[in-house]
Ligand binder design. Structure first.
Ligand SMILES: NC(=O)C1=CN([C@@H]2O[C@H](COP(=O)(O)OP(=O)(O)OC[C@H]3O[C@@H](n4cnc5c(N)ncnc54)[C@H](OP(=O)(O)O)[C@@H]3O)[C@@H](O)[C@H]2O)C=CC1
Ligand SMILES: O=C1O[C@H](COP(=O)(O)O)[C@@H](O)[C@H](O)[C@H]1O
Length: 584
């Protein structure tokens, strides 16, 4: 069965419906599309709003909303949210062109084109859209289409009408070959874009899926020679945003020579993951969690990322960055900020980003003593030899780049004073996953403590938010084993997404691309957030590099360096992902 674009209600939907005055208001039809209607039905619903308004109906929006969506509308929705009541406005009079710069590359093939196709399949792209690939490689439109079609092995590919939809989608994909620093080549691109846009208002989104050393060349050429003249121009910038405070600030200054902050969409794809987005919902819409969300009840928080493969194929990039820059300074820190922030004034992007910045700026400088680094080495298991990090031909033999790191971070504010936020990230470990673990304090004067033996930690409540794979949220509680005796065990209150929700979870890139098209900035990184993130990690990174601290070696496929356990033990913590119970 085909699904229509489902975006509505609190979070992205409400945020998008309520975009501030600076951004384009969501037209009524588009708002209804977000609420689950296909475009024709959405346009009809928008017309209904207009008619109800003309007829003086008390609540024209609700009265016109089809039953399928009315429960999904934010309760406080008003006509202001449907300022532009022309149902045809955005759909028919404007176009959106998405230019994937670096279209021949790994990320474009693996993530961006499949995400765009998924959005198309789900009816989420605007009516008039065109996709352009841009790179130096010589390719015809047909060759690009062939390349894209081979990589559309996304979550959609087993769905009904997939081939048909793919054919339609590919017809909207074009290619332009050019140099990244040539204004002339971007002028040629501009001409092609204009041919597709015709006389419509042209909105242009450039996705910089290229190595960072050419970001500025492209931004300069695109803005000088291929900006929209009558619509918006936005640029999605991929990480890495520099490799320390200075280089990041230089990149921001460079980008701002050609773009204003509102045009820059710095992507951290972890913010587009379903369970990361759900963090705020979990906290702020459930009375049972928010009152416990502080030093009073929480002993420690663990943010864990692991991959069961090495840097295969990306060693060249990775060696310049290492795991701290690759995962901790961005993905895990962003999760930490969302986890720890105070309640924002609203779901508006700026209100949320303001709160995140406050958390980041309240963090205690990271101490070398609170960090452990590791690097994987070759390991043979079951007759197979797995290569070590330095066996990668693109990595120098004497590389000290960490492929694993663990760190203890602290937030100096009233809510979190003294609570260790432990981060752990590694490649070539025994498992693949990303999760947040919240370990609560012991129950004071616990009547049942004799049932737990001497190890009270085994009775600690733990909330686990499993970001991936197999998304789940579960709470470990102590429970009486049914029967005449009084024996306790630890059981899980388990919200297992696959069991609870039949709808597939969209890929993070789908959500983020759609947000960028809609001008929703909530899940993108603002420059002051980025500065604060680098300020936290830069002194540590410099110290590690200047002192040439050697990483502890760990075998490919293992649980990582033992040092990570000592670091946790220093704060009286055990890693939740390594307990016996977890393994069972
Ligand atoms: N791949 C991934 O999984 C992830 C990537 N990223 C980020 O996304 C961006 C793109 O990544 P990815 O697709 O892997 O990158 P690639 O190395 O595949 O590069 C993308 C394209 O850029 C061009 N290119 C590569 N190297 C150079 C160079 N030295 N000078 C000029 N052009 C070059 C090539 O196109 P051509 O030769 O045709 O011009 C290439 O196809 C990077 O910023 C990366 O950090 C972020 C997260 C994950
Ligand atoms: O940004 C990055 O993320 C990927 C992991 O992303 P995931 O969505 O597959 O969990 C990581 O492999 C890569 O090194 C890093 O640059």
């Amino acid at each position: 069965m085909a699904f229509s674009c489902m975006r509505c209600s609190a979070g992205a939907g409400a945020g998008a419906v309520r975009r501030g005055a600076a951004a384009t208001r969501a037209p009524a039809a588009l708002s209804f599309v977000r609420c689950g209607l296909r475009r024709p039905a959405a346009a009809a619903a928008a017309k209904g709003v207009k008619a109800a308004m003309d007829a003086g109906v008390e609540n024209p929006v609700r009265s016109a909303a089809p039953s399928k969506v009315e429960n999904g509308l934010p309760s406080e929705i008003t006509l202001d949210d449907f300022e532009d009541l022309n149902p045809l406005s955005e759909n028919d009079e404007s176009t959106v062109t998405i230019t994937v710069v670096g279209a021949s590359g790994d990320l474009a093939k693996k993530k961006i084109f499949p995400a765009l196709f998924a959005l198309y399949y789900e009816d989420c792209l605007p009516k008039h859209f065109t996709i352009f690939g841009y790179a130096r490689s010589k390719m015809t439109d047909a060759e690009l289409r062939n390349m894209v079609s081979r990589t559309l092995t996304c979550r959609i590919d087993k769905r009904e009408n997939c081939n048909e939809k793919m054919e339609e989608f590919l017809k909207r994909c074009f290619y332009h070959s050019g140099q990244y620093d040539s204004e002339e080549h971007f002028r040629d691109l501009d001409k092609k874009l204009k041919q597709h846009e015709g006389s419509r208002v042209s909105n242009r989104l450039f996705y910089l899926s290229i190595p960072p050393n050419i970001f500025l060349d492209v931004v300069k050429c695109a803005s000088v020679s291929a900006s929209s003249v009558n619509g918006w121009t936005r640029v999605i910038v991929e990480k890495p945003f520099g490799r320390d405070s200075d280089s990041s600030a230089a990149l921001t200054r460079g980008l701002k020579q050609y773009l204003v902050e509102d045009q820059i969409f710095r992507i951290d794809h972890y913010l587009g993951k379903e369970l990361v987005e759900n963090l705020s919902v979990l906290r702020f819409s459930n009375l049972v969690f928010e009152p416990l969300w502080s030093r009073q009840y929480i002993r420690n928080v663990q943010l864990i990322f692991s991959e069961d493969f090495g840097t295969e194929g990306r060693g060249g990039y990775f060696d310049r960055y290492g795991i701290i820059r690759d995962i901790m300074q961005n993905h895990l820190l962003q999760i930490l900020a969302l986890f720890a922030m105070e309640t924002p004034i609203s779901l508006e992007a700026e209100d949320i980003r303001n709160e995140k910045v406050k958390v980041l700026r309240s963090m205690k400088p990271l101490q070398l003593d609170d960090v452990v680094i590791g690097q994987y080495k070759s390991h043979t298991k079951g007759g197979t030899t797995y290569p070590g990090y330095i066996d990668d031909k693109t990595v120098p033999k004497d590389s000290l780049t960490p492929t694993f790191a663990a760190a203890a971070l602290f937030i100096n504010n009233a809510r979190w004073d003294g609570v260790p936020f432990l981060m752990k990230a590694g490649k070539a470990l025994h498992t693949k996953g990303a999760e947040i673990r919240v370990q609560f304090r012991h129950v004071p004067g616990n009547l049942y403590k004799r049932s737990f033996g001497t190890d009270l930690d085994t009775a600690t409540n733990e909330l686990v938010i499993r970001v991936q794979p197999d998304e789940a949220i579960y709470l470990k509680i102590n429970n009486k084993i049914p029967g005449l005796g009084m024996r306790l065990d630890r059981s899980k209150l388990n919200l297992h997404y696959a069991a609870r929700y039949s709808k597939e979870i969209p890929d993070a890139y789908e959500r983020l691309l759609l947000d960028a098209i809609e001008g929703e900035r909530r899940l993108f990184i603002r420059s002051d957030e980025l500065d604060a993130a680098w300020e936290l990690f830069t002194p540590l990174l410099k110290e590690l590099e200047e002192k040439r601290i050697a990483p502890e070696l760990y075998p490919y496929g293992s649980r990582g360096p033992v040092g990570a356990h000592y670091l946790a033990a220093k704060y009286n913590v055990r890693w939740g992902d390594l307990t016996t119970e977890h393994k069972a």
